[in-house]
Design a protein around this ligand. Structure first.
Ligand code: HEM
Length: 435
């Protein structure tokens, strides 16, 4: 397939580079595959069109400034014309088959909305997510952090940091804030894995052949189960509001009316899932960086005021969210390149976060990096609503961890999930020395 716009402008990305950015398997080895591809693109083709078999053609945006331009301009680059999350053509056809009107909005949640709807729905709950409000939960979060640090110490020197530790803490925090019973932890974990982390080729079950119709039925049944699960909470929280996030969403109103059932359940799902794998991924990225840079671990142990800097650097360095997509609402020009109405652009956050114009020695983890205005939480109207919770819970975790752990060492290969969307680690084998 060719595109007149990319052929005329000579902006066709070489196939190996296109595959390195687009295919989920590339993200199993970012150091050798995706980061060099991003560096090549920033240097040679900051706005280039990728053609990868099985995917719609898409523009890869790799420079910090260009990502910002797209993020800031909601009306020119929308989130609704196409899937805001990169999927294969077959995957998108399947998702469209789930909606009555064939639209790609298979979930009524913020990333799938544009203004004015997006602005109204986000405003209806955003007060709860402010730094001042989330700070009220500090002690509750600290209790969870203490319990989890104790559990980590009980492993007696060696564990899988990702699978035994980092996976659970953010999930327990978000369930606590939500007001979901802790015994439903397994259910929520499954939810994330089923709906949002599913493109790791290693996780695909080749032994099960299902027809598209059967797959659609299964997916819809899973949705229906979760909607039924959440509906009971909505009813309860409207009748008896509590001091939890579920009550905030259940009772949020636009123009004096409760949010629709779809938006309420979509918001629960979105926050519950977006709220934990991103954060656990960052906690693992921080541990990996600290194992490789013991002097920096020592430094932050001696000076806890560096913890917030370490956390933000882990978000930049690890960039757990690999992309979001937008579509051009009109013909436009970005970085001198013509983009046509309806064409899709991929915002490559890990690349923006390694842009040489903004970050020196960007592949290095620098505890004291300053300035560190990164794109790990995105930017503009869709910027991460949960960033202050994420920072707070990670700051608290490291405040509890640092006095107890003198040293972290890597004792095996880190295994990242192979996904082009929200990454995490399947495994991060470490040895730690108690203080
Ligand atoms: C280190 C942890 C996290 C990272 C790196 C992260 C990153 C991101 C990014 C890159 C976006 C897209 C921004 C854009 O399109 O410009 C986003 C959106 C979002 N995040 Fe986070 N996130 C994290 C934690 C959380 C938490 C803890 C929550 C909830 C409690 C959350 C809820 C959301 C929601 C609801 C959106 C959609 C916002 C919108 O479309 O308007 N995230 N996040």
């Amino acid at each position: 397939m060719t595109s007149t716009s990319s052929a005329a402008q000579n902006t066709r990305v070489p196939d190996d580079i296109a595959q390195a950015v687009v295919l989920p398997e590339s993200y199993g080895n970012e150091t050798e595959i995706t980061y060099p591809a991003f560096a090549w693109l920033r240097q040679n083709m900051p706005v280039g069109q990728a053609f990868v078999e099985g995917y719609d053609p898409l523009w890869l945006i790799t420079k910090f400034d260009d990502i910002m331009t797209v993020e800031k301009n909601h009306s020119l680059f929308n989130a609704t014309m196409n899937n805001p999350i990169l999927n294969t053509q077959a995957g998108d056809t399947f998702l469209r088959s789930l909606t009555p009107d064939g639209s790609i909005r298979y979930l009524d949640a913020l990333p799938f909305l544009d203004p004015p709807e997006h602005t109204q729905i986000k405003a209806a709950t955003s007060n709860w997510f402010t730094p001042k409000n989330v700070a009220k939960y500090t002690e509750r979060i600290r209790e969870i952090a203490r319990e989890d640090v104790e559990k980590l110490l009980s492993y007696d020197g060696e564990c899988d940091w990702a699978a035994d530790f980092a996976l659970y803490y953010p999930l327990r925090v978000i369930l606590g804030l939500f007001g979901i019973p802790q015994e439903d932890l397994g259910l929520m974990l499954k939810l994330t894995q089923d709906f949002f982390g599913a493109n790791d080729p290693d996780e695909k079950r080749d032994d099960i052949e299902v027809s598209p119709e059967a797959a659609a039925r299964q997916f819809q049944a899973a949705f229906a189960d979760f909607f039924a699960y959440f509906d009971q909470f909505t009813e309860d929280r409207r009748a008896n509001p509590k001091d939890d996030l579920m009550s905030v969403i259940a009772n949020a109103k636009v123009d004096g009316e409760f949010l629709s059932r779809g938006i309420v359940n979509g918001s629960y799902l979105q926050v519950a899932t977006a709220g934990h794998d991103t954060t656990s991924s960052t906690i693992s990225a921080a541990a990996l960086a600290m194992a490789r840079n013991p002097d920096q671990w020592q430094k932050v142990r001696e000076d806890h005021s560096l913890i917030p800097k370490m956390v933000d650097e882990a978000v930049r360095w690890g960039s757990p969210v690999k992309h979001f997509m937008r579509s051009a609402s009109e013909d436009t020009v970005l970085h001198g390149v013509q983009i046509k109405k309806g064409e899709r652009v991929m915002l490559n956050y890990p690349s923006g976060n390694r842009d040489e114009d903004y970050f020196t020695n960007a592949n290095e983890f620098d505890l004291e990096r300053s300035p560190n205005k990164h794109l790990g939480f995105g930017f503009g109207g869709h910027m991460c609503i949960g960033q202050h919770i994420a920072r707070l819970e990670m700051n608290i975790l490291f405040e509890e961890l640092l006095p107890k752990i003198r040293k972290i060492e890597l004792v095996g290969e880190p295994k990242p999930i192979k996904t082009n969307f929200v990454s995490s680690y399947k495994s991060l084998p470490v040895r730690f020395t108690k203080a």
